[in-house]
Design a protein around this ligand. Structure first.
Ligand SMILES: [Zn+2]
Length: 330
């Protein structure tokens, strides 16, 4: 009641300076409240890596506001937890992570610092996408991170394979529908569209690589097994002796001897790993080196499926070149 009287006296007695007050109120409404309420209606999604951010954007459309933490130029195993990231997590309604220990070096700190009960493990706002994929590379003997291997619970690089990306899209649509039930139909419709487009493109990509089926590939980090399995290629060795362990001279020498004896079709790595060893090996063994982006350029507006398309196209071109160079007399 007192508030009403105050407002009445504030608004309804237009003495000289009150016109200014009224103008100010109008400004507040137009420039502050409207955009804020529009933003508040959206589900605030934070994804640890840009591929997940791009999938969430594809599924959520206009009803989500998506931010990514790691950049495609960063190795998501090793990210500096910055204060602005804690702020993003603090405001999030949904946090999506790759899981399988990929973010174990930096996400727990952010989660503690962010003080956001909505996105803590076990809450609807915490989505561990790794729980929804077919995990590869699960060690047959017990290992832990103290032994240096940073894939102790299985290989976390599943997003290079769009079939796994589809599983994640399903999980994101389901979770968005739970958090924002009034728009559940919207998320299901967008998921269906994403699946249709992805299925058609997956068929085309498989046909593109099919002539190179069985191609043997050396990678820097053991991050391509999902993509290589999907496209029926084979990872024969890695430049890192174990995931997360830089190559020793002895390991590189052994690898070079192996590559010379039976040259693979390709050396493949992400741009965020050092390229010197791959280039040296490629030169000495006569094997092409292909350096690909570490993920979708989400901030630059790239879509997840376009990122996969670019990867597949680059791999096909490199394999064609490799095949031609094998047979110089053709
Ligand atoms: Zn890894």
């Amino acid at each position: 009641m007192r508030r009403k009287q105050f407002l009445r006296s504030f608004i309804s007695t237009p003495r000289g300076s009150d016109h200014v007050r009224l103008l100010l109120i109008a400004f507040v409404f137009v420039f502050l409240l409207s955009p804020w309420t529009a933003q508040a209606a959206k589900v605030r999604v934070v994804a640890t890596v840009p591929d997940l951010a791009a999938i969430a954007q594809a599924v959520g459309g206009d009803h989500v506001e998506v931010r990514g933490l790691a950049l495609p130029t960063q190795d998501a195993h090793f990210v500096d937890a910055k204060p602005n990231m804690a702020l993003m997590v603090n405001r999030a309604d949904l946090l999506i992570l790759v899981g399988l220990d990929l973010e174990i070096g930096w996400l727990p700190t952010l989660l503690t610092g962010a003080r956001n009960p909505r996105v803590q493990p076990g809450m609807p706002g915490y989505l561990d996408a790794g729980a929804y994929v077919n995990v590869k590379g699960i060690p047959t003997t017990p290992i832990d991170r103290s032994m240096g291997d940073i894939h102790p619970g299985g290989n976390p690089h599943y997003l290079h394979d769009p079939n796994q990306g589809l599983r994640v899209a399903n999980a994101i649509a389901e979770r968005l529908s739970r958090i924002d039930p009034k728009n559940a139909q919207h998320y299901q419709d967008r998921l269906s569209e994403f699946k249709d487009v992805a299925s058609r493109r997956i068929q085309r990509w498989e046909a593109k690589i099919e002539p190179h089926s069985g191609a043997r590939v050396v990678t820097y980090h053991a991050s391509w097994i999902y993509l290589l399995d999907w496209l029926e290629m084979e990872e024969i060795d890695t430049i890192e002796p174990k995931p997360g362990i830089p190559p020793s001279p002895a390991h590189v020498a052994r690898l070079l001897a192996r590559m010379r004896a039976q040259p693979p079709a390709l050396i493949l790595q992400e741009a965020y790993y050092p390229t010197a060893t791959a280039r040296m090996l490629g030169e000495r063994a006569g094997v092409p080196v292909l350096v690909l982006p570490g993920g979708t350029d989400f901030q630059g507006g790239e879509a997840y499926l376009d990122h996969i398309e670019n990867n597949v196209r680059a791999i096909a071109e490199a394999l064609e070149k490799s095949t031609r160079e094998d047979r110089p007399n053709d």
